[in-house]
Structure formats: C-alpha cells, structure tokens
Write a protein that binds this ligand. Structure first.
Ligand SMILES: Cc1cc2nc3c(=O)[nH]c(=O)nc-3n(C[C@H](O)[C@H](O)[C@H](O)COP(=O)(O)OP(=O)(O)OC[C@H]3O[C@@H](n4cnc5c(N)ncnc54)[C@H](O)[C@@H]3O)c2cc1C
Length: 340
C-alpha cells in the first residue's frame, strides 16, 4: 500500500521504517526543510553541532535503544564526561551541580529534618514504583508540586524544581505526580547519552533509506468514506491508501479539522511548551572523541531555562567560539510547525 507519514521526527521516521519493513511504499512528508523534528541539530563546522531540541537519551529508553541495536546505531551513543546545566541549581551566588554529586550538594541547603523527610520519601517511591519508566496515568490524580509540597518548600525549591523543571521545562504544578515518581525511580543508576553528531543523526541516517520530502507541509487530511485519504500539499492534492500523523498534536488537530470529532476529541487540548533549549557540543581538546555539553554561562544554569531571541543567538555564538550562526530562521520554522 502507498502510505504517507506526516512528520520526520523520531516518531515519523520510526513509523516509516516499520511500514517500509512491512512491505509498504512509504512517503514521509515534512513541513520543515530538514529531517528530525524536535531532535534537529545545527551543524556549525567540523566537529561542532548544537542540539536545538532534545539533548540526551538514557539507558532506560528501552524502545529507542532496541531500535538503535536493530539498526546498528549503538555506535552513535556517547557518554559525555560532563553533563552540565539544565538540572543545576544556582542560588545565593553558588552553583550546586546536579551531576554526579549535585543532588547531594544541594542537600547542604536542607535542615536535618528536611533531609530525613526527603530520604524517607525517596525510599518509599523506589519501593512502590515499578521498574523502568512506568507512568500509571490512570492513577494520576494530582500534580507534582502537590506530591512533594509536604516535604517543605526548601526541598521543593532546592531539590525538585532543579531536578524536574530544568530538564523538562515544565513547572512542577503543570507536571503529573505519576511522571515525577516514575522518573525518580528511573533516574537511579541511569546512564545519560548524547548522540554523536547531533540528536537527529539516527533519523537523518534512516531518511537516506526512505522516500522523504522536506518543505512539504500537509495543510489538510481528508479521510475518504470509501477508504484511503487525500492530503493537501502546497503542490496540490495527493492520494494515499493510508496516513500516519507523526506531527505534534496541535498540527494534527489543525490538519484534521472537523474530522477530529470522530478521531480523538482531546487531541486539540494538548499544549506544548514554547521554550527552546540549546545544547552545544564540541570535541574536548583533551579527548576529541568525547562529547561535552556546553551550556553557555549565565544562560543555561538554573531552573526553567528560557532562551529569549537575543540569548538564543548568544548561545549559538558561544558554541561556535565567536562567530554567529544564522540559525534563527530554521528554529522559527520548527517552532511554527510545532505551534501550528
Ligand atoms: C527543547 C526540547 C528538549 C527536549 N529534550 C529531550 C531530551 O533531552 N531527550 C529526549 O529524549 N527528548 C527530549 N525532547 C523531546 C523530543 O524531542 C520529542 O519527544 C521528540 O522529538 C518527539 O518526536 P516526534 O517525532 O513525535 O515529534 P517531532 O520531533 O516534533 O517531529 C514532528 C515533525 O512533524 C513536522 N510537522 C508538523 N506539522 C506538519 C505538517 N502539517 N506537515 C508536515 N510535517 C509537519 C514537524 O516539522 C516535525 O519535523 C525535547 C524536546 C524539546 C522541544
């Protein structure tokens, strides 16, 4: 069958690969001029790249790692010597690093009573929470802030906000308690990886084996009663036997229009964070094979990092070692596609 996949992020490229394996003729349609979606990396010169969305993978991403094994992409995973920035805490003029001993460093700010309460809470979560990243959404009736608030405001501000609001760009009161509990357990003993050459490298590699059209935004999907679908593209309508929507829910809602009522009514209610994060990675002078997260000082340390347009440019400049890079247009394209 001839199937269209809308979106070339990890979900779209994986779906396209599986459909291709199953013997279908697949065409990936991507709105931006690049493959990779929110894993997109900017190449800034030999050995330099900036991850502009996702920055790391972990040892508990079982499905992703299994796919990498299947595709022979394990070699892409590198263990950074330093992971800096997102979960660090800056307070009182001091930075309390999140890794590897940062959690304990921030504990200095807690009273003995608060430390005991935190230790007891963690012990309970580790005992109750199933192994792996298991989020019981059905049992999720409150937000993460309500979950940890009984431990006291110092524990919330010095431990949980940096741990969770930094990496996830989401205030605790907008995050589910089940997600917090699940990630707390999954973090124990986890390994964090970067992807050599940029987070989008696996998807760019996969795209070489598929038919992918970039700069091909799908404006609308019409489901035919008789079966099959018609897709509206800038160049005109195209017909397929089926379609996989692997674009953000907001875009899917827009292109499905009125038909959404028959599909998933809540899809249009999903909201995405408007924030942008820049991970800059370059070979370390002492060890050219090892990636390092470089968070430009003053931009990425702390919780809930928000890069304003000027800072975004400054981050690009910093990771390039001086020369600015015209990344703005592409970043705007991606943000536009996500928000659309
Ligand atoms: C700032 C940030 C940091 C993140 N950090 C991490 C991290 O460290 N580790 C991690 O694992 N995950 C991280 N994530 C999450 C990760 O990037 C996403 O989970 C992943 O990219 C989702 O993949 P996807 O294929 O579902 O969607 P996307 O990657 O968003 O891909 C969707 C694609 O659909 C395209 N599209 C949209 N509308 C249309 C249309 N109408 N027609 C055609 N194409 C369209 C978009 O242009 C895009 O390329 C982060 C995300 C962000 C934004």
């Amino acid at each position: 069958m001839r199937i269209a996949v809308v979106g070339s992020g990890p979900a779209g490229m994986t779906a396209a690969y599986r459909l291709h394996q199953a013997g279908h003729a697949v065409e990936v349609l991507e709105a931006c001029d690049v493959v990779g979606g929110r894993t997109h990396a900017e190449r800034l010169g030999p050995g330099h790249h900036c991850d502009t969305g996702a920055g790391w993978l972990t040892s508990f991403y079982n499905h992703t790692l299994a796919l990498f094994d299947e595709l022979g992409y394990r070699d892409l995973l590198i263990r950074p010597r330093h992971v800096r920035g997102a979960a660090d805490l800056r307070t009182g003029g001091r930075v309390y690093r999140a890794e590897p001993d940062g959690e304990r460093a921030a504990y200095q700010l807690l009273s003995p009573e608060e430390r005991r309460a935190l230790a007891a809470y963690l012990e309970r979560v580790y005992a109750e929470q199933p192994a792996g990243l298991t989020i019981d959404l059905a049992a999720d009736d409150r937000d993460a802030e309500a979950e940890v608030a009984p431990l006291g405001s110092s524990v919330v501000d010095y431990v949980f906000r940096p741990w969770f609001e930094g990496p996830f760009f989401t205030p605790l009161n907008r995050m589910s308690a089940a997600k917090l509990r699940s990630w707390l357990k999954a973090y124990v003993g986890a390994t964090f990886y970067q992807v050599a050459g940029g987070m989008d490298t696996p998807w760019l590699r996969l795209a070489e084996r598929m038919e992918v059209r970039t700069s091909a935004p799908v404006h609308a999907v019409h489901l035919r009663r008789s079966g099959g679908v018609d897709l509206e593209l800038p160049a005109g309508a195209r017909s397929y036997a089926g379609v996989v929507l692997a674009c953000p829910a907001t875009a899917a809602t827009r292109i499905l229009g009125e038909q959404i009522a028959d599909v998933l009514p809540w899809l249009g209610e999903v909201r995405y964070s408007p924030e942008v994060r820049v991970y800059a990675a370059r070979p370390a002078a002492a060890d050219a094979a090892l990636g390092i997260h470089l968070m430009p000082a003053g931009l990425a340390v702390g919780t809930g990092v928000r890069l304003r347009p000027g800072q975004h440019r400054a981050a690009q400049t910093a990771c390039r070692g001086g020369a600015p890079h015209p990344v703005g247009a592409r970043a705007r394209c991606r943000a536009g596609a996500v928000r659309a």
